[in-house]
Design a protein around this ligand. Structure first.
Ligand code: GLN
Length: 549
């Protein structure tokens, strides 16, 4: 049940997108959690996709999979990493979900013959969902991020829902606006006008922010704070300076310099419920990020997206963060390089892999760049360079092994070659039905499933337990008909589903290779700053050893 006097903090963006609203929400959550409050973080996304599963990662960034299997925006990954806990599917709301629900309800006469309209029906459905997220997890405070920027047509209904909640829960709702203060090159001075305009625009919705988080390249001076305060009707103490900083994990600590936590507590009358800030562990994690002098060189071999490093890294956000957490734990700074797998179709280029201490082939779909990925996997297997395959990276590792070690030359995945004679990676039966009906949305094997780990294997040693739960997002799997032959030499399926039908982890024994392991699931979704993922840690450890050899 929802706690009495549940508090809601709405975070809305102004001026422009991409200035770190998601990190601001994660950081506010972290601060409140560190003060002993039970925090709930919610993302509302204005697009009409029902979930993020059908979106191209090069346009939208990574699809983050929740424990429940819901495919969400990458911000949810940041929320989970900052809070160090799993979030429920109630915590992710899209316009698509809201409209789909309202339209279906209308078709079932759920509105008793009324004319169904955006106001009140869509708005009230948004309110119901935000309140439900608080109901389900029994938290005390919800921080709700409204996707997009004020002034967008798409998110107006969400701001309207927030306004209505402000009236319905007097004293328990506050608004924070995250804006940006540019310093135009020629002028050389930090300008507040875009922020003033954004606040006015928000005011036109009937919403006045209680706090303004002012992002900029450098810290705000007193003069700028006062100017924003006077023109936007907030106290200058309530203007938080949020300059660019090295690591996103430093943001909560930086917000605390301007006392954001206490400001929120007093505005929502939460002081009585909160305790003293406990953030030492987080602080020492952040200190470790800055301290590392030694590096570990990791290559991620992926298909070429053609849109530059920024997009590439956004598509694999959780993988990068997982690498970092384990590297920091082991006292090294990861140096991550993006390699275009298509380059390796020219075998002479494979030697470039030699200078890396570890190679990852991450998840992916389709045929582009596959030949190069297979060539790279063969190279690192033979040269004993630590290899970690994630989902597609595990399937390809099995195909490479079948082709080059077991001499099944035409071994392939049905995803690429539906008619091939040796489909070592096949389509799961339930997936077949869905594809025949062209059901693509939320149709993969999604979310957390248990795996049993075999005694004496590397996986079992790294996890240190027999049963693990990991998150999945795939359509294909190791074909059960080939398990026997695939396991006839050194390759071991060290993790299997409880019914032993699905192969969850494949590995080569340590005496054959320092680290050659792939997972059908995505371990990166559960790596946390204060709790790095054991498989990533094992991989980085092996990578560090390669250097010292
Ligand atoms: N394309 C593969 C499958 O659907 C792998 C998916 C992935 O890497 N997430 O099974």
């Amino acid at each position: 049940m929802r706690k009495k006097d549940h508090k809601y903090i709405f975070v809305i963006g102004g001026v422009m997108s991409g200035v770190g609203k998601g990190i601001a929400v994660s950081s506010i959550g972290k601060i409140l959690q560190s003060k002993g409050l039970n925090v709930n973080l919610v993302k509302v996304d204005p697009y009409l996709n029902v979930d993020a599963g059908t979106m191209n990662p090069t346009e939208h960034g990574e699809t983050f999979v929740l424990k429940s299997g819901l495919e969400t925006d990458q911000d949810m990954g940041n929320y989970e990493r900052f809070l160090g806990k799993d979030l429920g599917e109630e915590n992710y709301i899209t316009s698509g979900m809201v409209y789909q629900y309202v339209i279906e309800k209308e078709r079932n006469l759920g509105y008793g013959g009324k004319c169904v309209e955006a106001i009140p029906h869509i708005r009230d459905e948004i309110v119901r969902r935000i309140e439900r997220a608080a109901d389900v997890n029994g938290s005390e405070v919800s921080v709700i991020e409204i996707g997009g920027t004020v002034g967008d047509f798409q998110n107006a209904m969400f701001i309207e829902a927030a306004r209505v909640m402000h009236m319905a829960h007097p004293g328990n709702v506050m608004f924070i606006m995250v804006t940006y203060l540019p310093i135009p090159g020629k002028i050389g001075e930090m300008k507040t006008k875009p922020t003033q305009n954004a606040i006015r625009q928000l005011n036109s919705y009937g919403v006045q922010p209680d706090v303004i988080i002012a992002r900029s390249e450098v810290p705000l001076d007193k003069k700028r704070k006062e100017k924003i305060a006077v023109s936007c009707s907030v106290r200058s103490e309530d203007v938080i300076s949020a300059p660019d900083i090295e690591s996103i994990y430093d943001v909560p600590i930086n917000f605390e310099r301007d006392h954001l936590g206490d400001i929120v507590l007093s505005k929502l009358d939460l002081h009585k419920r909160a305790g003293k800030m406990k953030i030492t562990q987080w602080k020492s994690f952040v200190a470790r990020i800055k301290k590392q002098k030694k590096t570990v060189r990791i290559a991620i071999v992926g298909k070429y997206f053609g849109t530059g490093d920024f997009t590439l890294s956004d598509s694999y956000l959780s993988v990068i963060e997982a690498i970092k957490f384990s590297a920091y734990k082991l006292g090294v700074e990861p140096e991550i390089h993006w390699l275009n797998s298509q380059d390796f179709e020219d075998k002479r280029k494979l030697d470039t892999l030699k200078k890396f201490q570890g190679v990852i082939v991450p998840g992916g779909f389709g045929e582009t760049g596959i030949a190069g990925k297979l060539a790279a996997i063969q190279y690192v297997r033979e040269k004993k360079i630590p290899y970690f395959g994630l989902c597609y990276g595990m399937q390809l590792m099995v195909i490479e092994y079948a082709r080059n070690v077991l001499k099944i030359k035409d071994a392939n995945t049905v995803e690429i070659d539906a008619k091939g004679l040796n489909p070592v990676i096949g389509l799961m039966p339930e997936q077949k039905k869905k594809l025949e009906k062209e059901e693509y949305g939320a149709s993969m094997r999604l979310g957390s499933f248990p795996a049993y780990l075999k005694k004496g294997t590397l996986a079992r040693k790294l996890y240190g337990k027999e049963i693990v739960g990991e998150r999945h997002r795939h359509r294909y799997e190791v074909n059960p008909e080939y398990i026997e032959i695939l396991s006839s030499k050194d390759l071991i399926f060290s993790g299997v589903s409880p019914d032993k039908r699905l192969m969850e982890i494949a590995e080569l024994p340590l005496k054959k290779h320092p680290f050659f392991l792939g997972t059908q699931f995505h371990p990166e979704f559960q790596a946390r700053p204060l709790d790095p993922h054991p498989l990533f840690t094992g991989f980085i450890k092996a990578a560090i050893k390669r250097r010292t050899k």
